[in-house]
Design a protein around this ligand. Structure first.
Ligand code: PNS
Length: 162
């Protein structure tokens, strides 16, 4: 059984993440979306919110699950008996950081592979931070987040709210 982990902050999940999730879930028997419990980075959405938003977007797909982790990704992979990490690559600047992480993780555990998926070109400029910025400025985010969570994302940034 090939178990793949898609790790990230997902603050919040975007259509770019969904594209990777849908494609990876067709390749692996089981896909675990693992939300990082950010320890040194302040997230806009709480861990529970980030997990709930993802769950709302993937409901109905039995081979995808949502979980959270803290500490080393490699330790989490071993705990879950997962063999593959999937990451999305958008632009060349992603590559340097991702390459470093992949080599580091390989060094920590040679049995775990990192694979990269090129993002759909429609989403090559999209990131959670862009979604947060647009939402905080009251812009339309229809193109960037799944419809089912759009209002929850906008609500977060409405004046007078968290
Ligand atoms: O969506 P992000 O913020 O780019 O995701 C980064 C993530 C969660 C994949 C990365 O920070 C990570 O794997 N963190 C866990 C800690 C770890 O294993 N770091 C590598 C060794 S320093």
């Amino acid at each position: 059984m090939k178990v793949c982990v898609y790790p990230g902050s997902f603050d919040p999940i975007t259509k770019g993440h969904m594209d990777i999730i849908e494609r990876a879930s067709k390749i692996f028997d089981r896909l675990i979306i693992a939300v990082l419990v950010n320890s040194n980075k302040q997230a806009a959405f709480s861990l529970d919110e980030r997990v709930d938003l993802i769950k709302a977007c993937i409901s109905g797909n039995p081979n995808i699950e949502v979980d959270s982790f803290k500490g080393l990704l490699i330790d989490y992979m071993n705990q879950k008996k997962a063999n593959v990490i999937v990451k999305g690559l958008r632009v060349v600047t992603d590559f340097e950081y991702e390459f470093q992480m992949a080599l580091l993780n390989k060094n920590l555990d040679a049995d775990i592979e990192t694979i990269f998926m090129m993002t759909n070109s429609k989403y090559s400029y999209l990131s959670s931070s862009i979604v947060r910025e647009l939402a905080s400025l009251g812009a339309n985010i229809d193109e960037f987040v799944p419809e089912i969570i759009k209002n929850r994302v906008l609500d977060k940034f409405r004046v007078g709210k968290g």
